[in-house]
Design a protein around this ligand. Sequence first.
Ligand SMILES: CC(C)(COP(=O)(O)OP(=O)(O)OC[C@H]1O[C@@H](n2cnc3c(N)ncnc32)[C@H](O)[C@@H]1OP(=O)(O)O)[C@@H](O)C(=O)NCCC(=O)NCCS
Length: 162
Amino acid sequence: MREAQAQRSGLGDTLIWDLNTITADFGQVLRGLTRYEPGNALPAGFVHSEYRWLVEGSDYLGRVSIRHSLTDSLREYGGHIGYEIRPSARRRGYGTLILRLALERARELGIGPVLITCDVDNFGSRGVIEANGGVLEGEFEVPQHQDKPIRRYWVTLPGSED
Ligand SMILES: CC(C)(COP(=O)(O)OP(=O)(O)OC[C@H]1O[C@@H](n2cnc3c(N)ncnc32)[C@H](O)[C@@H]1OP(=O)(O)O)[C@@H](O)C(=O)NCCC(=O)NCCS
């Protein structure tokens, strides 16, 4: 697994998962990633969601999470879609690509308009959202995230205008 090689060679990449856990039981990791998909019982306060990975060949580039609906809390902060590109693959357009693909998936799912939030000073994420047609609702202080304001953007997908 090249991710493992990158970590071991000290290239500075990070994973949200512990490498030992992944290699010990990858199936368990995948089951964990699908636990909130439709058809599964949800813990209180959770909504159905799905994860997708962006890969190139055998290389993992990033991940995206698509929430199928919003709770009051997600409406305030978090939104429908969250994403991350691995550090060594940033600033090459993959963030813009992963959000574009996620918006296509959101359209398939009938989600819309789509809410995406980011910290005011997350200029990479701002660029990604704006490149995908995000329209700024405004900057807000929210209780879930007290150290800095957030920006809320909306993307209206074709067919979700109403
Ligand atoms: C935010 C993130 C996904 C951006 O991914 P990326 O692959 O670097 O994004 P892109 O290469 O598609 O860049 C999109 C735009 O943002 C700009 N940009 C990217 N990173 C930037 C940075 N750190 N500072 C300023 N601008 C930045 C790019 O220049 C590009 O603009 P351009 O098209 O005018 O050149 C990535 O930095 C990341 O994973 N960050 C950590 C997790 C995170 O913040 N997720 C979002 C939570 S809301």
